[in-house]
Design a protein around this ligand. Structure first.
Ligand SMILES: *Cc1c(COP(=O)(O)O)cnc(C)c1O
Length: 241
């Protein structure tokens, strides 16, 4: 059981919003261009209810089944959006496509193919982000794009995914390296933004609006570097039980 209260979450959210505002001003951005995905992984469904009470209606889960269970437990709440943010095993793609509203973690062509197929069976179009490993950290999932000289080699694969009828690619997602210094985090996020600029140039037919980057420890840097979606867990809900 998580013992975080609605009032705690409200306070945390107010502080986060203030920090987003400041970071956005620093970067000459409109803070309204930054959305929050409230990452409820590790917490039970009661936290989703509390989050919903303070107006957080976009939830993130990194495990397919854990998320599905929570969705079932709060299916009386209208208007929630569920984002899959974690690595998806191929055999779980058929569970993701009908239930989740967005997928941040399309990290290989194969999972795109599966999601496209199952979204098609549901007669829907699934908005997705391409997860990119731009830091080169080996433990990270994502398309390996740490060497800018090889970005061009990636384009064929991106074109294949863009052509999938039941996926709608909306941008890119990344994670900063664990426990990295601020300058490394910043350069990782800046590189994702450059990668988006590259894609906009090379594949202008695509919709490259979104950069999903920034978590509890680095979201202000992410906002300064152009994040449009932050994935926040501990900053909102405290340590995971
Ligand atoms: C857990 C998780 C987050 C949120 O992490 P916090 O540090 O708690 O903000 C964001 N993105 C992904 C992919 C995660 O797995």
């Amino acid at each position: 059981m998580s013992d975080i209260t609605v009032s705690d979450i409200n306070k945390n959210l107010a502080q986060i919003q203030e920090r987003i505002q400041r970071a956005a001003e620093k970067a000459d951005r409109n803070p309204a261009g930054v959305q929050i995905v409230a990452v409820t992984k590790g917490h039970d469904a009661s936290v989703v209810r509390s989050a919903n009470e303070v107006g957080l209606d976009r939830l993130g889960e990194n495990r397919v089944r854990e998320g599905l269970k929570k969705m079932g437990a709060v299916d009386d709440l209208p208007g929630l959006q569920w984002d899959m943010i974690g690595h998806i095993q191929s055999r779980k793609a058929k569970l993701v496509a009908p239930a989740y509203h967005w997928v941040h973690s399309v990290d290989r062509e194969k999972i795109a193919r599966y999601l496209d197929r199952y979204a098609g069976e549901e007669g829907r179009i699934l908005p997705v982000l391409l997860e990119c490993n731009v830091s080169g950290e080996e433990s990270k999932y994502g398309f390996d794009l740490s060497e800018e000289a090889r970005w061009t080699d990636w384009l064929e694969q991106v074109k294949t995914i863009l052509a999938m009828e039941h996926l709608s690619v909306r941008g890119l997602m990344t994670m900063a390296p664990w426990e990295a210094d601020e300058d490394i985090v910043r350069s990782t996020f800046a590189r994702l933004r450059r990668l988006r600029a590259f894609l906009r140039e090379e594949l202008p037919a695509g919709s490259w609006e979104h950069l999903s980057m920034g978590m509890t420890d680095d979201y202000e840097i992410a906002v300064e570097e152009g994040a449009t979606i932050l994935r926040l867990g501990r900053a909102l809900f405290g340590p995971r039980p």
